[in-house]
Design a protein around this ligand. Structure first.
Ligand SMILES: C[S@@+](CC[C@H](N)C(=O)[O-])C[C@H]1O[C@@H](n2cnc3c(N)ncnc32)[C@H](O)[C@@H]1O
Length: 467
């Protein structure tokens, strides 16, 4: 096996917890163990830097056949290593084609971090340092206040710098300054160590402390006021409260969760946030029947299932090195995620679904989406969302670039994955009269809409009102 392929295989093995670097290097069929070990260790050391450069240069989007681990090894060798003295084979000319862009992205990273040597990138380039530099994002709860009022309040003690125009503005945020996020309209951004848990606006439910990546699912689902939405795995409810704010409390959210304790704290959170359009149910989403008449108007589903949490900032900061789940756990989680996504896609009026996880693992993300799309046999497709978002889905199947990824290195957020699925055609099994209410904004789906009368869904007896 060639050196670079062997190094990529070891990196993949380490990532999926098949063994330690040393163990996998010795188990490899590559003869020069010392050379392989050195290359893998160095690539791993620069992993965050390489991820950032590869993502900003769009290498994997441009070279569909290049696998992520191999790309990392090759880019390490090109930019930071020995420049392909170890061979490179057919990949060498491919990498050379992208050399100028990759070098420019590395140079840009150094300028932004204010360093001149590659080694200096390591201090701030390791995941831990990156995670600790993620700003404090604060979503203004528009059910209780508006951005202008929240900004005025903070202006009394801090300096407001206006709406940011780029990620660099967020990166440069310091001291008593704060900004509005460049992408999300109601998201305030404070320097990383800002603690607002005791702040009166937070205590009163006017502010929700929520990472930017975790605000994307509701924003991308974008249910218009009046619509019916399922939040399939809802507790502790930050995304539910965001959905309610987008709905302006008009319409209905059916929120399910299996965990009674988490549901109890969710009810408190929703009450504090002024949410009145949500019905909570302690129920297994897999057991919720798509043919139940109560859900006949549900056009939007948010599915944010249990996952390994491998992208969570708190995990990266508090348990560094614990990173990735075991193979068995991954298999179990992915199995559930798969079933939940396929189940959600069977709701007859569904037009748009957002699938999200705070996991970095392909098995819980791209693989789940790919399988569900295959099983839906062309009824659903990935919606091409946020084309300017810099970090895309891994290039594991055609169209995966429509998925979004997030990380401290590339988007200044926690690690996250999002896929937006939309129905390709209007379901034939359900009459349009039942899915299109005249007061609803036209669906994000391209399917044609007809004006029909609206029906009220009956309240589910098994559901507890949360406010
Ligand atoms: C990642 S958390 C959801 C976070 C939530 N969306 C938010 O933004 O606050 C996943 C949730 O799924 C719930 N869950 C796991 N299996 C479930 C199932 N079969 N049906 C419903 N909820 C489930 C868990 O109890 C957990 O609260």
């Amino acid at each position: 096996m060639a050196l670079y392929a062997a190094a990529a295989a070891v990196l993949a093995g380490v990532e999926s917890r098949q063994g330690s670097i040393k163990g996998l290097v010795y188990a490899s069929s590559f003869q020069n163990v010392k050379q392989l070990y050195a290359l893998v260790c160095e690539t791993q050391r620069y992993s965050a830097v390489l991820d950032s450069v590869i993502s900003s240069a769009g290498l994997l989007r441009a070279e569909k056949k290049l696998r992520p681990h191999l790309a990392k090894v090759l880019v390490y060798e090109l930019l930071l290593g020995r420049g392909f003295r170890g061979g490179g084979g057919r990949w060498k000319p491919l990498l050379n084609r992208h050399q100028a862009r990759l070098k420019a992205e590395l140079a840009r990273l150094k300028v932004h971090r204010g360093v001149s040597r590659n080694e200096d990138l390591l201090e701030v380039g390791c995941g831990l340092a990156q995670a600790s530099q993620v700003p404090r994002f604060v979503r203004v709860n528009t059910l209780k206040t508006c951005s202008d009022d929240a900004i005025d309040y903070f202006k009394e003690t801090r300096f407001y710098q206006g709406r940011a125009s780029s990620l660099e503005d967020l990166r440069a945020l310091k001291g008593k300054c704060f900004l509005l996020d460049p992408l999300l309209p109601e998201l305030l951004v404070f320097p990383a160590q800002t603690d607002l848990h005791e702040h009166p606006l937070y205590q009163a439910g006017h502010l929700i402390l929520q990472d930017k990546a975790s605000c994307l699912p509701a924003m991308l689902l974008a249910p218009p006021p009046g619509s019916h939405v399922i939040d399939a795995c809802a507790a502790p409810g930050n995304k539910t409260s965001h959905l309610a704010a987008l709905l302006k409390n008009q319409g209905k959210i059916f929120a399910f969760d299996l965990d009674a304790k988490r549901l109890a704290s969710m009810a408190t959170l929703l009450a504090r946030a002024g949410v009145s359009c949500c019905q909570l149910a302690e129920e297994d989403f897999l057991a919720v029947s798509p043919s139940d008449q109560r859900y006949r108007q549900v056009q939007y589903i948010l599915l944010d299932p249990s996952c390994s949490g491998s992208g969570m900032l708190t995990r990266q900061l508090e348990e560094p090195g614990t990173g990735l789940p075991s193979k068995e756990r991954l298999r179990a989680l992915a199995g559930f995620q798969q079933r939940a996504l396929c189940h959600a896609l069977t709701f007859p009026s569904l037009q748009r679904l957002v699938y999200s996880t705070c996991s970095l693992c392909q098995e819980e993300n791209e693989d789940v989406v790919q399988e569900a799309l295959q099983q839906s046999s062309g009824t659903f497709r990935l919606a091409p969302v946020l084309p300017s978002w810099p970090h895309r889905g891994l290039n594991t199947f055609p169209g995966a670039e429509h998925c979004l990824r997030a990380s401290p290195e590339t988007t200044l957020t926690g690690g996250f994955f999002i896929a937006v699925l939309e129905r390709v055609e209007v379901p034939s099994s359900v009459s349009q009269a039942e899915v299109s209410a005249p007061e609803l904004r036209s669906s994000p789906s391209p399917a044609p809409k007809k004006k029909r009368r609206r029906r009220n869904a009956a309240a589910a007896p098994s559901m507890l009102p949360c406010t």
